[in-house]
Ligand binder design. Structure first.
Ligand SMILES: [Zn+2]
Length: 235
């Protein structure tokens, strides 16, 4: 891979994936959260070809795509194999984490199983924004391992002050309801529909249509001057 930084991510409609992947990712299905409210699972995913691609794809200056897909054996085996899939909204989460990082003036480290968790993940017993790739569990900020109530509340406050869009979990010991060893930052049940995708079709596979799209180039890349044309001098 000669120019990984300009590589475009492939966007797929999960309805077009094979049966196994579809049954694990459950695009468009409704799931209930802890309060019994229903939420529709995301449908559009980035397809990540390889570990190398995940490491080399920067979502923001300080967050690589790989940081959001660290899982252990709690994730379905098929979803740990490349190509891997992550809902497109992960880019927005990274944007907010980058702002958070600026405010706290330290690096923020996402825990294993603390980024995207598919609906098949063992921790996905009820809907959480982790299943939308819009939540991150940060276990370390700079040199601080987040263990104390004081520290977690301090960073929770910093996250909440950033934007009305951000939610955190209060300090406490009940998994899923609150947190005692990390700061959970989420931007709600946010679904991102890439502009390259056309939504005007049924959920059944159809013939004669593109099965995926590639992201358009980032603004800065589009603005980069084109290489000068090769000038061939006439004799
Ligand atoms: Zn969390």
């Amino acid at each position: 891979m000669s120019q990984p930084e300009t590589q475009l991510l492939k966007v797929v409609d999960a309805f077009d994936l094979d049966d196994e992947l579809r049954s694990l990712l459950r695009p468009g299905e409704m799931v209930r959260d802890a309060q019994g409210r229903r939420h529709r699972l995301p449908r559009y995913f980035y397809e990540i070809e390889s570990h190398e691609t995940a490491v080399q794809t920067r979502l923001t200056p300080h967050f690589g795509l790989n940081e959001f897909i660290l899982v252990d054996l709690k994730e379905a085996a098929r979803l740990q194999q490349f190509p891997r899939y992550v809902p497109c909204a992960v880019r927005l989460l990274a944007f907010y984490l980058e702002q958070f990082r600026t405010v706290v003036q330290s690096s923020a480290h996402i825990a294993v199983n603390g980024g995207y968790r598919s609906p098949a993940h063992k921790m996905s017993t009820e809907a959480t924004p982790h299943m939308w790739a819009t939540a991150a569990d940060v276990y370390r900020i700079g040199a601080n391992i987040l263990k104390t109530k004081e520290m977690i509340e301090k960073f929770n406050e910093a996250a909440e002050d950033l934007s009305e869009d951000i939610s955190v979990l209060p300090y406490g010991h009940v998994t899923g309801r609150n947190a005692d060893d990390h700061v959970h930052i989420d931007v709600c049940y946010l679904t991102l529909i890439p502009r390259e995708i056309s939504e005007d079709r049924m959920e059944q596979p159809q013939e004669n249509r593109p099965r995926f799209a590639f992201e358009e180039r980032r603004r800065r890349e589009r603005r980069a001057p084109a290489p000068p044309p090769e000038i061939v001098k006439a004799e």
